[in-house]
Design a protein around this ligand. Structure first.
Ligand SMILES: Nc1ncnc2c1ncn2[C@@H]1O[C@H](COP(=O)(O)OP(=O)(O)OP(=O)(O)O)[C@@H](O)[C@H]1O
Ligand SMILES: [Mg+2]
Length: 225
């Protein structure tokens, strides 16, 4: 459903990523690792067509991103939940409204909104913070809220960029559990992370492939992970 074929990207000062080929099949679970600055966030941006490949092809649900209109990209994104590394919120809206915003935007408010919202806020441990404004939240609370917001529309694909960077181990495992359960329901999951402990914990539960970006190329990480 997301496929990169010899895709390349550079911000201008030479290629950052080159000859990247990967198929994110329905129901697959991938981790993406690699040193800071290697291009993990850039890679994710290619996957949700925030950036277009400068060579090669990226297809979303069968469509070549370089040929998609803005509307087609917006439609494809409705099927994707993205947790951004720098989670941003609308600061004037309470947390609960920020988290349910994707449902509201998709015109799917009402009962579905209420039940999904309270269940998810409970899962990420934010029930008591429903009325807080985003600037009042800690870094970890923001990340937990960003994950809840990314999955509230029940997307087919979840792309998470360092979703546990500011979060204690116990809560990280809880967020991982949420992603593992969504994967068991058939969702495609890709997590970019430096947290090797998280990868090990996941591998005990699901068959996850671990990829590593280094020197602009994507490799399968060693079996020791
Ligand atoms: N908008 C941009 N314009 C120019 N260069 C950029 C831009 N965004 C990222 N870069 C550069 O591209 C390289 C890869 O950045 P990217 O954010 O993809 O790395 P990363 O692997 O996600 O790193 P981290 O682990 O620190 O999040 C970095 O050298 C960064 O400075
Ligand atoms: Mg990054």
């Amino acid at each position: 459903m997301i496929e990169l074929q010899e895709a390349a990207y550079g911000y201008g000062g030479g290629p950052l990523l080159s000859e990247i080929s990967l198929r994110l099949s329905p129901g697959s679970f991938h981790f993406l690792t690699g040193p800071s600055g290697a291009g993990k966030t850039t890679f994710l941006k290619l996957c949700y067509a925030d950036l277009l490949a400068t060579a090669g092809r990226v297809t979303l649900f069968g469509q070549d991103t370089s040929e998609m209109s803005r509307d087609e990209i917006a439609q494809a994104r409705q099927r994707m939940g993205v947790v951004h590394q720098d989670c941003e919120f609308l600061d004037h809206l309470p947390l609960s409204e920020n988290i349910s915003l994707p449902l509201t935007v998709a015109g799917r408010g009402g009962v579905e909104q209420q039940s999904n919202l309270s269940e998810l806020m409970g899962w990420v441990g934010l029930s008591a913070r429903a009325d807080a404004l985003p600037p009042e939240l800690s870094g970890g609370e923001r990340q937990r809220a960003a994950l809840a917001r990314a999955v509230i529309t029940d997307p087919d694909v979840i792309l998470a960029d360092e979703p546990t960077g500011n979060i204690d181990w116990e809560m990280s495992l809880r967020l991982l559990q949420l992603l593992v359960e969504l994967n068991r329901m058939g969702k495609t999951v890709l997590i970019a992370t430096h947290d090797l402990g998280l990868i090990r914990a996941a591998k005990a539960q699901v068959s996850a492939r671990v990829l590593r970006i280094a020197g602009g190329r994507l490799q399968l990480a060693g079996a020791d992970l």
